[in-house]
Design a protein around this ligand. Structure first.
Ligand SMILES: [Zn+2]
Ligand SMILES: [Zn+2]
Length: 394
């Protein structure tokens, strides 16, 4: 499919299913076979994606083109008719594929032809729902300071959803001018007046000082495939932390990979996504500038970043997601359906944390009691009290 879509006059929103070559029933994508599989007779139907290279596209040109592209009202209600059971139902604004809520038939729509950009590559699901559930159970079991019985709450949940989420990947060459100061530590001999048993004495000590020198310079950095979630369905802190992804295994987009899964078109615009990418780049550039300045301390007073040779790809990545409820609160998590990396929100057991800290405190008190360092002990106590106060405050 072309990267830029051309909405044809009179195009209608429509949907399709993929019939089995053996029995005509609907096919769904099987993570274990990397092929379409018949839900009825089990026949495997291979996918032959077009043998075309996956290009990276010029970012500025694309943004200009999107601005002048005709706009399609995504919020317009999208009724579709299930080709299997003929029931009609409504899709969410960004929903590209789903299952029929009445007969569970997999349905893929042509929503992309109404968007200025269509995805050009996809990483197919490699982890099926069964394994995703195992990964989740293991994760829940491995959580430190989790409330007792949490596993019981999560076991009952059965709302695992396989979804292809839209992502932007950005490349850029950057050139950064910076000004700042380099701080080098040196020691100076100082004489101090002290009292020992009421008698005055003079001692010499070496005291650390910092010598600051002004610096300026340039740092060049290349960024490749900065991955930014283009979805609003999953919180950014989940969507952007599911790395690593094996992007070298991207295949050209084909509707068939989506059959049986939910999928979304992008809802974070191309330029908005690049703003997120720029802040990730700026963070790494700042670190590079510090290394370039060198010395023991660095101050950066000015940093001007120029981005050149900007390019992007629009891709779909496979994720298992669900939420579980604990004491009336919902916790979301997501699993990278290629590598099994899992990220999620989780409840903490304040009681367990408190108990652990108290045990530690008792142990330390015993140690310090033995060595009679009462001053340090009281400082430690203060530290733990503050830590506890912070935890309780959360
Ligand atoms: Zn079949
Ligand atoms: Zn149906």
């Amino acid at each position: 499919m072309a990267q830029f879509t051309r909405v044809m006059r009179g195009a209608v929103f429509t949907q399709k299913t993929f019939p089995c070559k053996s029995c005509g029933a609907t096919l769904v994508f099987s993570a274990n076979d990397t092929a379409l599989k018949c839900e009825y007779c089990g026949a495997i139907n291979y996918i032959y994606p077009p043998k075309i290279p996956i290009y990276e596209h010029d970012l500025d040109k694309a943004i200009a083109r999107i601005e002048s592209a005709p706009r399609y009202d995504l919020q317009a209600p999208k009724e579709i008719k299930c080709p299997v059971c003929a029931a009609t139902f409504r899709l969410e604004p960004h929903q590209r594929s789903t299952r029929c809520p009445y007969c569970n038939a997999p349905i893929v729509t042509n929503l992309d032809i109404f968007m200025p950009l269509a995805p050009e590559a996809v990483l197919p699901f490699a982890i099926d729902q069964k394994r995703a559930k195992e990964i989740f159970r293991k994760w829940v079991g491995s959580l430190w300071f989790a409330p007792a019985g949490l596993q019981k709450y999560t076991r009952a949940e059965n709302n695992f959803e396989g979804i292809y989420l839209p992502y932007w990947t950005y490349d850029a060459d950057t050139l950064t001018h910076f000004r700042g100061e380099r701080g080098d530590t040196y020691y100076e001999r100082v004489t101090r007046r002290i009292y020992i048993d009421g008698r005055e004495a003079l001692v010499e000590e070496m005291e650390p000082r910092i010598r600051w020198t002004p610096v300026e310079g340039e740092v060049q950095m290349h960024f490749d495939d900065i991955l930014i979630g283009a979805t609003r369905t999953l919180p950014r802190k989940l969507a952007d932390t599911l790395q690593p992804w094996d992007l070298e295994n991207l295949v050209p987009y084909d509707d068939k990979y989506l059959s049986g899964f939910e999928s979304e078109t992008y809802s974070v615009a191309l330029d908005e996504g690049f703003d997120y990418a720029k802040s990730i780049m700026a963070f790494r550039i700042r670190e590079a500038v510090r290394r370039r300045i060198g010395g023991d301390h660095q101050k950066i007073s000015y940093m001007q970043i120029y981005h050149e040779n900007k390019s992007f790809k629009y891709i779909l990545l496979p994720v298992w997601t669900a939420q579980f409820h604990y004491r009336g609160k919902a916790y979301r998590f997501a699993i990278n359906a290629r590598t099994g990396v899992i990220r999620g929100e989780r409840p903490w057991s304040m009681l367990k944390i408190l108990f652990a800290l108290l045990s530690l405190l008792t142990l330390l008190s015993a140690l310090f009691y033995l060595s009679e360092h009462e001053e340090i002990l009281s400082q430690m106590q203060l530290f733990f009290q503050q830590t506890l106060a912070q935890i309780e405050f959360r």
